[in-house]
Design a protein around this ligand. Structure first.
Ligand code: 6R9
Length: 659
């Protein structure tokens, strides 16, 4: 592997992955997208996007593709009118596909339900009528705080149908987080459930809403789906059972066409500091790019594919690749309520086998968890239906990529590593599975119609091979239209760093390699500076997990009096690895291994063996907390951790090795 280039103040991606995996001739010949799509988009970008938008049903056609005159506030398909829910549901029924299954819903305890497009149309219509009866109309906000139930999808689409905005709040968030989101959006209605299943147990959910709505003056109604049958407290004036509100509502509803820029949803995402940002997305451009990327990146064949995105609808991935993209394309998909190990560690593969899933989209952290559980688990199931795998959420280390392809994809399926953000609304950088020779660990190229650059702190383009900051230099259809209620914060957060150049600053470090492929290096705040060398936490993590004893690793830069920052690694050992692997000699060997893989500059100052890593509910490692441990500080705010007891485990269970 290559040595660091030694240039000070340059991000250096020290990964040097040279394996490539071209699509099979068989896959390439049937693929939706060929390499010509790049040329087509380059020839006339706006015409290209108009052609993509044309795949949707517009009540009134737009008269201008893009209005960027009020940058950074974009308008796409100006003057066009459409109904997003009509496009995701009724259109497929009208085309004669009402009998096609839209959703194979699989509950955690093993109950299941198949919902056809015709049934979805009836359910969404009833829900829209019910919400209208509660006073919801165009422009209003509805908070959705639900587990992965069909009702979550009905609710989102019912809002879209009425021109109201949803604000989905992940069911794992606290009442405090829910309250601040309800208040920021001034939601009129909250939709929730009595409880939710988590690893075989019924956990409360409505109780959090009860707590939150004590201080939410905007909320008129709380609608409660019955899921676990748990006891709940009840406020007769405010609370209504879902079944009661829907009962007797007609199962038809005439959708109204709204402006292309009609707000569709707000989704909160954490910023580096302060309160969460309400990312605002609108209708026509968002749906266009959601459908386009879903069709081309996942090579969707609506007649034969069974798509499964394992995200929760509380995250943007669930919005775009469970609700809007797949349904706009008339796909059949799986929605699974529970965790991957309920009731056993083969659950995902059991579901793949049961429904004949053909396209599977998950996060690297989940893949590494599967690695930790062992390849013998997926090996027990028939995964031969799978023809394409996807990854999203963080850089995927080559080791996990290869494991994924081999053990889940049968050494056969292309893998699409898709880079995007809540703010971008849809995939921006990804291979095209029928056209790209994929490279483990690289998200590769902006999709046709999209554009990205890697620039220095001052905005100059960094030549291939050098590291820098990822920017998006041209507006795109599904871009955020702002931060809810805070235009200044929107300008400041994303557009002020390169204001003169008009670049959107993504907050990620990246580099182009010599083949012109992009490598994402993690958030720029996750980049370490060791003796003037900038080293990405990702590449050290990747080196660590390439060692046979290591299941998972998280790396932070801890302040160091001599080198600026020193590399501190937190490591989970693979199951079955014996105690000797955490002995002094074994830890030394691990440090040497990193040194061999990347170069002496990347050798961790210290390695700590831990039983768990602190992760947010969306699976992102909270390096801030690990930095506190590494720097011997009191551990900071743990409220956004999926499991806040993890930090106790970590401080109790440390076994340390260093020079
Ligand atoms: C979709 C989603 C966005 C941040 C983004 C980046 C990281 C996402 C990635 C990736 C490397 C990929 N990220 N996909 N990094 N390779 N394929 O995750 O949205 O929750 O807003 O997170 O996630 O750092 O800036 P969101």
């Amino acid at each position: 592997m290559s040595q660091p280039d030694g240039q000070n103040n340059e991000l250096s991606n020290l990964l040097n992955e040279s394996r490539t995996f071209p699509p099979s001739a068989e896959f390439a010949s049937q693929a939706n997208a060929t390499a010509e799509l790049y040329d087509q988009a380059d020839a006339d970008r706006e015409a290209f996007w108009a052609e993509q938008a044309d795949q949707l049903h517009w009540e009134t056609k737009w008269d201008q593709v893009l209005d960027w005159s009020d940058a950074p506030f974009a308008k796409w398909f100006v003057g066009g009118k459409l109904n997003v829910a009509y496009n995701c549901v009724d259109r497929h029924v009208d085309a004669g596909n009402g009998d096609r299954v839209a959703i194979h819903w699989e509950g955690e305890p093993g109950d299941s339900r198949d919902i056809t497009y015709a049934e979805l149309q009836r359910e969404v219509s009833r829900t829209a009528n019910a919400l209208a009866s509660l006073g919801v109309s165009a422009g209003d906000r509805v908070a959705i705080y639900l587990p992965m139930l069909p009702e979550a999808v009905f609710s989102m689409l019912a809002c879209a149908r009425l021109g109201a905005m949803h604000s989905v709040v992940f069911g794992g968030f606290s009442s405090e987080a829910l309250r601040s989101r309800i208040n920021d959006a001034e939601a009129k209605v909250v939709i929730t459930a009595d409880g939710q299943y988590r690893r075989g147990k019924a956990m409360p959910l409505k109780a959090n809403v009860d707590e939150a709505v004590k201080e939410t003056p905007s909320v008129d109604h709380v609608v409660v789906v019955k899921r676990t049958g748990s006891e709940v407290a009840w406020d007769d004036a405010r609370d209504k059972w879902w079944d009661d509100v829907l009962d007797g509502q007609p199962d038809t509803h005439t959708p109204e066409a709204f402006d292309s820029e009609q707000p569709l949803f707000i989704l909160y995402t954490s910023g580096t500091t302060g309160r969460p940002k309400g990312i605002l997305h609108t209708s026509g451009g968002y749906l266009t790019q959601a459908a386009y990327t879903h069709r081309n990146v996942f090579d969707l064949k609506p007649e034969s594919d069974v798509f499964w995105c394992t995200a929760d609808i509380g995250w943007v991935t669930g919005h775009t690749y469970i609700v809007y993209g797949p349904l706009a394309n008339g796909a059949t998909q799986v929605i699974y309520e529970g965790t991957p190990n309920s009731p056993h560690e083969g659950r995902h593969w059991e579901v793949v086998q049961k429904y004949g899933v053909t396209i599977y989209y998950t996060a690297p952290t989940t893949i590494r968890t599967f690695m930790k559980w062992g390849a013998e688990i997926p090996a027990k199931y028939d995964l031969s239906s799978l023809r394409l795998l996807g990854s999203v959420g963080e850089p995927i280390n080559p080791e996990a990529w290869i494991w994924y392809r081999k053990n889940i994809g049968g050494d056969r399926t292309p893998i699409v590593d898709t880079w995007w953000q809540t703010e971008t609304g849809a995939i921006m950088i990804s291979p095209l599975p029928g056209a790209t020779a994929t490279k483990p660990g690289s998200a590769q190229r902006p999709l046709p119609g999209l554009s990205a650059k890697v620039v220095s702190e001052t905005g100059e383009e960094v030549p291939n091979g050098g590291g820098g900051l990822l920017v998006l230099d041209k507006p795109w259809p599904s871009m955020l239209r702002g931060i809810w209620g805070d235009d200044d914060r929107y300008r400041e957060t994303y557009w002020s760093k390169f204001a003169d150049l008009g670049y959107y600053f993504a907050g990620d470090g990246a580099k182009y390699d010599d083949d012109g492929d992009i490598w994402l290096l993690g958030r720029v705040d996750d980049v370490m500076n060791v003796s003037g060398h900038r080293i990405s936490t990702t590449e050290v993590e990747s080196a660590l997990v390439s060692h046979p004893n290591v299941a998972e690793a998280a790396v932070v830069g801890a302040s160091d009096p001599t080198t600026g920052q020193g590399i501190v690694a937190f490591v989970i050992l693979r199951g079955g690895v014996d105690d000797a692997a955490s002995g002094e000699a074994a830890l030394k060997e691990l440090r040497e291994h990193v040194s061999r893989e990347i170069g002496p500059i990347a050798k961790p100052r210290q390695i700590m063996i831990v039983p768990e890593l602190p992760k947010t509910r969306s699976g992102k490692i909270m390096r801030r907390l690990l930095r506190d441990v590494a720097e011997n500080r009191e551990v900071g705010d743990v409220t956004t951790l999926a499991d806040s007891s993890v930090m106790n485990l970590i401080s109790k269970g440390l076994k340390t090795g260093s020079d």
